[in-house]
Design a protein around this ligand. Sequence first.
Ligand code: 5GP
Ligand code: ZN
Length: 108
Amino acid sequence: MDCIFCAIVAGAAEASFVHQDDDVVAFMDLNPVTPGHLLVIPRSHAVGLADLDEFAGAAVWRVAHRLGRVVRHEGVNLFLADGAAAGQEVFHVHLHVVPRYEGDGFKL
Ligand code: 5GP
Ligand code: ZN
């Protein structure tokens, strides 16, 4: 399978899931920038915003909103990188949920 996140959705690659429903899965980032860093993705492959179904995008947001409330520490960042110029490295669209701690040193 070419796409690592599709492999995770299919159960062909390992991940620590924190949420699964018909449209969306969420799991721990392999290289967290802060403790608790999560990724929320649509089950259906889309590279970025241009090919992401807007209902799938809304479903991703709904889960990220909920998880963001749960993992928020002193703060939380929710962000998405679309395109290499924006820092995207995995080309299956994903929303990062990053708990923030005073002085954690992470810069967006
Ligand atoms: P991007 O830079 O594309 O927005 O972020 C990709 C994210 O995916 C990175 O934070 C990276 O640590 C994470 N990542 C890459 N490969 C894997 C993987 O195989 N499993 C998990 N859980 N996270 C991954
Ligand atoms: Zn994919």
